[in-house]
Ligand binder design. Structure first.
Ligand code: ARG
Ligand code: ZN
Length: 890
């Protein structure tokens, strides 16, 4: 049954303090929960209803006395609370649970003989009966008791206030968290762990202890995470004046985790993927991800923990804001403007390849949803990445300093409270009363309430007689489930004009004033026209600079205009975008037509020459070159079409790739030689960019070798694979061999496995590379089925499941969308199998067929059949049920 935002009511009771005592045992953990509670006087008197899931209840005491209660579904109900009608009372609950059997990885679970918790969003109820909702905030005291030899390290939120031995080889630790917090921020960890420690002193003179806990043997992979944490602390203080408020800040890594990481107060729990790195095992991408996820979780300490969400509909209040903050953190760490542009392009690429399809599909929802069945299904790219774009637009509308002022007001107003997205937007606007945001706030907030990606159509007209240029902008937004019509959005549009020779033109409006650069037009109406004067010829418009709003920009550029932008635009985002538009255009013309595409060469000479000059450009950074030379993904191309033939898309994109490989063969060789040696390993943007471009060059050279029969480059790739001093170069070389289908791949793959058989995260890469490889004659699906029989494979471990099953179903469209429907059959089997283990992970996989309605036949019918097959299962989890029923709804 669905839960609606409009039905929110304040809790009938408050919990002031919680004392938890755990006797940790994998098979049967005993939990004693003593709460100090009181009625909420603002709400009509009613029964006390506590949430609990998969718990064995042994005892309930009210003020120390046995009390009558009943169990209704997943709730413990106390109808009458004798003698406590008005005042506060003590409620004591004793339950047990079975962490070893917890394959859902929500609540208390065991991974590699270590106890971990995951309570967001509704996992705390799997630990004890509670008012498991974010607006009930309490202070926690936690005692952990466990066998000392097996679980030497006992951690929970806050400060360690006591510890010592117990009988029978057991010991205990007592933790106190001085901050009130909602239950979703509770955490405990117990096991054999070692830590890297760092003491820092804050500006106020207080000392802090920073710790990164990992399994013994992984300590040499914690330096980068610790550095990222220190950089995060310094950044939040410098940019927003937000200090670390804890004596101790801990990060613990686990290899079994549903998501990336979790911001539990003072005790962040991370997927190992976002902690562990050394140059031998982690790629540049891993290093960059660790930096942003460590930052993200740390920044939650203010945006999420100090100020939290009133209810889960407000999830983007903390997630959109915190993604924005981690993006800004990484941007600020780039010293170079070009590196900043690269980071922005990468973030936009994620938004457009993952969030735009979500906004166009059956799971589309506003940044602040109105209803959900399973909240876990709403940890989405819309809540996170689109939510971050909404915050970014606010910053654009009030300016960088204005935004910092707004943040200060937000934390002044709401510190210690559980609030809403409205509260946030209001604070930013109130701190900037003269801003466009303040003026347009009610309309701006449509970004929170309306789902779907707006399309902005621009039409330019040059009038030689008046030497003026007008740009007419119109916005529309397609219907989404439950929202047939949309009102116009507030859309900040970064704008510039280029002369045909590529030089930047001043923007002069009709009243003669010159608009200062960078200029942002704030669009508010369905249609608006801008006029610029004193122009000698038709200019080339550079619209939506920096991707200033999460919209689709439609403008009928000529190829010549795009080539001008690609060569000269001062806005790096639009420069990149021009190259993408050219590539999309060549691809779509072919894909949408019905010409035979075997042996086709989709790219025209002008495009190839433009790519050659980018690749050879003396002033552009390698990382930017790599982005420009990367063709739009198959997923992105599919979104440009109403009827999607995945095989045709795949074939055309592959044809483009090999055309570029052949036409630029000498240039790729030049790039490989020029950028190939990056010296001592450092994961900074500049040298990462050089490695990325070198990897691309190698992959293109191996691809060209496939047609030419050349043996030199595959040989060089194999050599590099063997000799590389870091994982980025080694893995790129391996990938070049695998993706070109070269026979040397068959030697390299087992060698790679043997080298890294004890490194789980590297094995994930090994699995993912094979499951995500280019399909040749339908060979990938059988390979995937074979990989699932590999002794190192386990569907229970989310990282491993993702590396094989998701890499195939969600990241390899050319192999997954088979004419014989076998890919979809495999998908439905795995969704059902995973649902029995871990519904959250299963529901993610279920979303691989979100866009089935856009598929051409025979794919469409086959995909529908697979969805129906899953939906026919009677005992599906809410998670998977919600996804497949939305997919099948008309
Ligand atoms: N709040 C976490 C983060 O964004 C994500 C936790 C999501 N967990 C879940 N079970 N849905 O960093
Ligand atoms: Zn988050």
């Amino acid at each position: 049954t669905a839960i609606h935002r409009a039905d929110y009511t304040a809790p009938a009771f408050w919990i002031d303090t919680v004392e938890l005592c755990f006797d940790l045992d994998p098979a049967k953990t005993r939990v004693l929960n003593k709460m100090r509670m009181r009625r909420n006087p603002d709400v009509p008197a009613q029964a006390l209803r506590l949430d609990g899931e998969e718990l064995n209840l042994a005892r309930v005491l009210v003020n120390g006395q046995g009390a009558s209660f009943k169990i209704e579904g997943n709730q413990l109900v106390l109808e009458s609370l004798p003698g406590v009608e008005d005042g506060a009372f003590d409620l004591e609950i004793f339950t047990t649970c079975a962490p070893a059997k917890n394959t859902k990885l929500m609540g208390l679970f065991v991974s590699n003989d270590t106890f971990f918790t995951q309570c967001e969003a509704e996992g705390f109820r799997r630990i004890t009966y509670f008012l498991d909702r974010p607006d009930v905030m309490a202070t926690y005291t936690v005692t952990l008791r466990a066998d000392k030899a097996k679980y030497p390290v006992l951690l929970s939120n806050g400060n360690l206030v006591d510890h010592g031995p117990l009988d029978d080889g057991r010991h205990f630790a007592k933790w106190e968290d001085p901050f009130r917090k909602p239950s979703y921020l509770f955490a405990l960890v117990a096991g054999q762990l070692v830590s890297r420690e760092q003491r820092i002193s804050a500006r106020n003179g207080k000392d802090h202890l920073l710790q990164v806990f990992v399994r013994p043997g992984d300590l040499d992979k914690t330096e980068h995470a610790m550095h990222s944490l220190m950089a995060s602390i310094a950044w939040d203080e410098a940019r927003f004046g937000l200090p670390l408020d804890l004596e101790r800040f801990m990060i613990v890594a686990t290899s079994d985790f549903n998501m990336g990481a979790m911001e539990n107060k003072g005790l962040n729990i991370f997927n190992t993927k976002y902690v562990l790195a050394n140059q031998a095992t982690a790629t540049d991408t891993d290093y960059a991800n660790i930096e942003s996820v460590v930052g993200h979780e740390y920044f939650h300490n203010w945006s999420g923990n100090r100020v939290t969400c009133r209810d889960w509909f407000q999830l983007s209040l903390k997630e959109g804001l915190t993604v924005f903050r981690d993006q800004e953190f990484s941007l600020d760490l780039c010293r170079d403007p070009s590196a900043k542009a690269v980071k922005r392009i990468e973030d936009v690429r994620v938004l457009r390849t993952a969030q735009f399809p979500e906004d166009a599909g059956p799971m589309a929802h506003p940044v602040r949803p109105d209803s959900y069945i399973e909240i876990n299904n709403f940890y989405t790219v819309t809540i996170y990445e689109k939510g971050a774009e909404v915050v970014r637009m606010m910053q654009t509308l009030v300016g960088r300093d204005g935004f910092a002022k707004g943040m200060t007001l937000y934390f002044e107003r709401f510190d210690g409270q559980a609030v809403t997205c409205d509260d946030f937007a209001q604070a930013i606007a109130d701190a900037n009363p003269q801003s466009e945001l303040a003026r347009l706030l009610p309309q701006f907030k449509r970004w929170y309430s309306q789902a779907g990606t707006p399309r902005v159509q621009a039409v330019g007209h040059y009038d030689a007689a008046s030497r003026s240029y007008s740009l007419t902008l119109s916005q529309t937004c397609a219907p989404t489930p439950g929202q047939a019509t949309k009102e116009p959005f507030v859309i900040p549009i970064g704008l510039g004009l280029l002369a045909q020779d590529g030089s930047a033109l001043p923007l002069q409006s009709a009243d003669g004033s010159t608009l200062s650069a960078p200029y942002t037009f704030v669009m508010t109406e369905a249609t608006q026209t801008l006029t610029f004067v004193n122009l000698d010829a038709e200019p080339v418009p550079s619209i939506l600079r920096g991707f200033s709003a999460p919209v689709v920009l439609v403008y009928d550029y000529t190829d010549a205009q795009l080539l001008t932008l690609l060569a000269f635009d001062t806005d790096a985002f639009n420069r990149w975008e021009a190259g993408q538009r050219l590539a999309v255009r060549s691809a779509i013309t072919l894909i949408a037509g019905d010409a035979d595409i075997s042996g086709v060469k989709p790219l025209n000479d002008a495009y190839i020459e433009a790519m050659r000059s980018v690749l050879r450009h003396p002033d552009l950074d390698a990382a930017f070159k790599e982005l420009v030379l990367t063709l739009p993904s198959e997923t992105y191309l599919a979104e440009q079409l109403n009827v999607v033939d995945p095989q045709r898309i795949h074939a055309v994109r592959e044809a483009m790739r090999s055309q570029l490989a052949q036409a630029l063969a000498n240039d790729w060789a030049w790039a490989y030689e020029t950028y190939g040696d990056t010296g001592a390993y450092r994961p900074d943007p500049l040298s990462s960019g050089r490695r990325a471009l070198t990897g691309m060059a190698l992959s293109q050279l191996c691809l060209a070798a496939q047609t030419s029969g050349d043996v030199v480059w595959p040989g060089k790739a194999y050599q590099r694979f063997k000799d590389a001093g870091n994982m980025t170069d080694r893995f790129n070389a391996l990938a070049a061999l695998v993706s070109s289908g070269h026979p040397l791949a068959a030697q390299a793959l087992p060698r790679f496995h043997a080298l890294f058989k004890d490194e789980a995260l590297v094995l994930d890469k090994w699995f993912a590379l094979q499951a995500g490889a280019t399909d040749r004659d339908g060979n990938i699906l059988p390979a995937v089925r074979q990989l699932m029989k590999h002794p190192d494979f386990s569907l229970r471990n989310p990282n491993r499941a993702r590396s094989v099953v998701f890499s195939y179903c969600s990241a390899n469209p050319g192999a997954f969308h088979r004419r014989d429907a076998a890919g979809y059959v495999f998908w439905s089997e795995r969704v059902i199998e995973l649902d029995g283990i871990n519904p959250q992970v299963a529901a993610r996989l279920a979303r691989a067929l979100d866009r089935w309605k856009n598929l051409a036949e025979p794919y469409r019918s086959a995909a529908r059949e697979a969805l129906v097959r899953v939906a026919a299962k009677t005992d599906l989890s809410n998670d998977v049920r919600e996804v497949v029923s939305r997919a099948l709804a008309d």
